[in-house]
Write a protein that binds this ligand. Structure first.
Ligand code: PLP
Length: 376
């Protein structure tokens, strides 16, 4: 008999989602507009502490629209963090602009402000900056923001992985000029797929809604003065989101329990560390990760292979974008002579962080990982 699969991070549904979905069916609002879309936007903006939000078909669509709103055009340089999921930076290329990649720093594994400052010296005309809060951990957001303000460029904060996390008491996604959320199947809450663009600028969000519905001018006939996109979220999908929002804080708290359980379980092993965060922030702990010092004889692959043998899912750290074949010609800026993110990719891994994991599941994972690390 095959053993039960233990997942990295799978959807956790509660039932209330279905009530909103049924309502959409009962009222025949089965379209990329409707009451669930409007309410999901309002509830999200209110959760984030005010401002405005546009519900979209994906987080990637939100990044694409944020770059357009930021004024990015063909051949512009955009600074993007290297160690992230490709969706953070691919939309730069959709616009014919050029990504220049920025290294990560050891305190949060996110965009290194020192490297960013250096990048502005080399490319003073860069048009925008996009940084992510990886694995739910806020980046050094004020430092990044200050640099952007000083250079007069918009800051796009990719909070796709960090919904519910706090930075100096503020919700992530609200620190940049534009915030990106994702409701992809493995995120802290999910709608099966979907995203949100957040801003304090109401006009920007109105424009995003306009662009996401094919940029149709307010005329009786179909009039178009700009290129638009089919990026609006469906009212059915938004219903799932409304039901999930009620459980967001509970998901964050369960994710935190997982992180703390791993942290204390591995605290006695030399050279093994969890993904770090700053004292001024409270992550949403979306994925718990480990990093192994060079001195540790086992590598991430040994652990991932041992877990997979027991039908347990884990994952390598995002392979940095400057190491990807598709971006082989892009420039990469590091503060010093070495790229820190290459080290994290080489020596790190994501542990199973599914909030439905039982105590037995956690004990099993911990015992396998400890075994690989030579600790019984
Ligand atoms: C950091 C990051 N940015 C952007 C995205 C893109 O979001 P989506 O899958 O909703 O397009 C994701 C997740 O998929 C992500 O992890």
């Amino acid at each position: 008999m095959e053993t039960k699969r233990i997942y990295l991070s799978s959807p956790t549904m509660h039932g209330e989602e279905l009530e909103y979905v049924h309502e959409a069916f009962d009222t025949n609002w089965v379209a990329p507009l409707g009451p669930n879309v409007n309410e999901f936007e309002k509830e999200t903006a209110s959760y984030l502490g005010g401002g405005y939000a546009a519900a979209l078909s994906s987080g990637t669509a939100a990044i694409h629209l944020a770059l357009i709103l930021a004024g990015v055009k063909r051949d512009d340089i955009v600074f993007g963090v290297s160690m992230t999921f490709a969706a953070t930076v691919n939309p730069i290329v959709y616009l014919g602009a050029r990504p220049v990649f920025i290294d990560s720093e050891p305190d949060t594994w996110n965009m290194d402000p020192e490297a960013l400052e250096k990048a502005f010296k080399k490319y003073p005309d860069a048009r925008a900056v996009i940084a992510a809060n990886l694995y739910g951990t806020p980046a050094r957001l004020d430092d990044i923001k200050d640099i952007c303000v000083r250079h007069g460029v918009p800051f796009i904060e990719d909070a796709a992985e960090s919904l519910g996390a706090l930075y100096k008491g503020r919700k992530t996604g609200t620190i940049g000029d534009y915030g990106i959320l994702s409701y992809n199947g493995n995120k802290i809450i999910t709608t099966s797929g979907g995203g949100m663009l957040y801003s304090k600028d109401e006009e920007a969000i109105k424009k995003a809604r306009f662009l996401s519905t094919q940029a149709r001018e307010p005329e009786r006939h179909y009039e178009h003065k700009e290129i638009g996109y089919n990026y609006r979220m469906s009212n059915v999908v938004a219903g799932i989101g409304r039901g999930q929002m009620k459980h967001l804080d509970e998901h964050v708290s369960l994710k935190k329990d997982i992180y703390m359980t791993y942290r204390s379980a591995f605290s006695d092993i030399e050279g093994v560390r969890m993904n770090p965060y700053e004292d001024c922030s409270e992550p949403n702990y979306w994925l718990s990760c480990l990093m192994l010092d060079e001195s540790v004889p086992a590598g991430p692959l040994d652990i991932m292979t041992a877990l997979e043998k027991e039908n347990i899912e884990s994952r390598p750290i995002w392979k940095p974008m400057h190491m990807q074949p598709v971006y082989k010609d892009a420039d990469m800026i590091c503060a010093g002579s070495e790229c820190y993110c290459e080290k994290v990719f080489d020596r790190g891994l994501c542990l199973p962080s599914d909030i439905k994991n039982t105590k037995e599941d956690m004990d099993k994972i911990i015992s396998i990982v400890r075994g690989c690390l030579g600790a019984k």
